[in-house]
Design a protein around this ligand. Sequence first.
Ligand code: FES
Length: 264
Amino acid sequence: MTLGQLVRKPLGTAQRGYGATGRLDRWWAPPWTIAAGLAFFVVYSLFSAFIWTQFLGVPYDYDGYVSPLFAIHSQPAFLPAWLSPAILLIWIPLGFRVTCYYGRRAGYRAYLADPPACAVGEPTVHRRFALESRLPFSLMNAHRYFLYLALIPATIGWIDAVSSFAQEGSLRIGLGGILLLAESVFLSLYILSCHSVRHFAGGRIDCYSCSANHRARHGIWQRLSDLNRYHGLWFWASLVFIIVCDLYVRALALGLVVDPAVRF
Ligand code: FES
């Protein structure tokens, strides 16, 4: 199928031409803020995962604290020394974020201007499009599978966070452990508030009141919907804490900071 045979989008009511609009508000600010944050996260994660330790020699763990970007803690024998073990799992959180409905909407609006915003003109070439039924945008439909896979690094993150409190036979309550724990909490809220989780819990049901099982699923769906209202907040909180935890562990390893902690 050629580009000209693709579905033609209705003209709509927006003015013609990229960015043409009668809107007076800063319509560009929200999508560009999210898109810039997402781009920074992807670039930072790749730098931390593949460059910082392997080529610059800064450890990703220190005194029982492990960066949340490194769910695989040690170098498997089958990987060459220059290739970070992060490669085994880092693609899961990145794929999960990039295909997230919250991040994807901003990406379409900011990077592709398709459309830039409601009632804002877009490039006329966008009248030829095939939604998410063709490559590469059909890959966005893999989000639900990234969701299932994201449970692996999230679970490892919880184990790392909790085990960081047990050090050398004693209980250590340190800033690093608190940061890792907060990161796991926010990441879990981000995952639980995912649109695909809501569908998993309450989708494909015609009648919520017709059986005890469906009533229970409706109750779970309602709780998840409450979380979903703040999905953007959990997106940002988990993203920021992943970066903060990674930076903190690197700073500890470099001797730039000392972990304030009490031991029992
Ligand atoms: Fe954002 Fe699933 S919609 S994580």
